[in-house]
Structures are given as structure tokens and as C-alpha cells.
Design a protein around this ligand. Sequence first.
Ligand code: FES
Length: 160
Amino acid sequence: MLPAEIKETLLQRIAHAIHPREQAIDVMTIMQSHYGYMSDEAMEEAGGLLDMTPLELEELATFYNFIYRRPVGRYVLHICDSTVCWMNGHESLLQHLCTLLQVEMGGTSPDGLFTLLPVCCLGYCDHSPAMIINQVIYGDLTREKIDSVIHKLREQAHAS
Ligand code: FES
């Protein structure tokens, strides 16, 4: 169950919408920030707030890359695998990341910190190869840049 404060915020958003379902992605995103991912129970709870069936929400959640239906790590790396990134070294960088994090695409690292997921073009092609980590975009990726980003995130995680 959501804390009363978050639930009230969501209900206010929904009340101000012309159609409650236009808030569906925002509601799931906020709930996901609280729960970590959208479990079946969370989907039912969201459906109750939005007056939508779990199936209607499921259709949105599976279409939208940033709603997670399974547990994910603290940092979710969405690696662009579209054409320009692919031409500019996507495969070798992905292999590097998999080795560095000891994870396969779609999985979570053994320390539970990093989940690796594919994503379509991020609109950042002029800085390809690119990825997004927890809503921060990183471009012009090289092995060295990836090493540096991962190192900083590990430090950040261990400091908190
Ligand atoms: S192809 Fe990767 S950002 Fe556009």
C-alpha cells in the first residue's frame, strides 16, 4: 500500500486530468519510484486509482520502456541499440558493460546495483553511442567513459 501522502498526490493529479487515464504513465512512474518496480499488486493498486483494469495498464507498461514489471537494480542502464548507435560501436560497448557488470542483457548484476536493458533510439544520435541511466543521458560512449560512469555510480551507492 502506498503511503497516504503519495496516494493523495496521485489522486490530486488524477482529479485535475481531463481523462484520468492520461495520467497513467505518470502514476505508474511515481509508484515505481516508491516500490522499485511495478509488481502485479502495484498494477492493481494503480488501476484502482485510475479506474483502469490491470490489463489496460499492462498494455501501457509493456509499450513504455521505463516502466519495470520485474525487480531491477538501483541503476537501470538503457543501452540504445538502434541504427546509429549500432554503427558506432554498440556491440563492443555492450560486451564491455556485460563483462564489467557481470550481467547479461536483461539481467541484474550480482551486487544488485545494475540492470541492463535495451532501448530504441534516444534521439541522441549525434552523440552516439548513447545510454540512459536513471533518466540521465550519456553520449559519446567509450570504454573509458563507461568505466568512469560505473565507478562513480558504485561510489555513490556505497556512500549512501
Ligand atoms: S540511434 Fe542511438 S540515440 Fe539514436
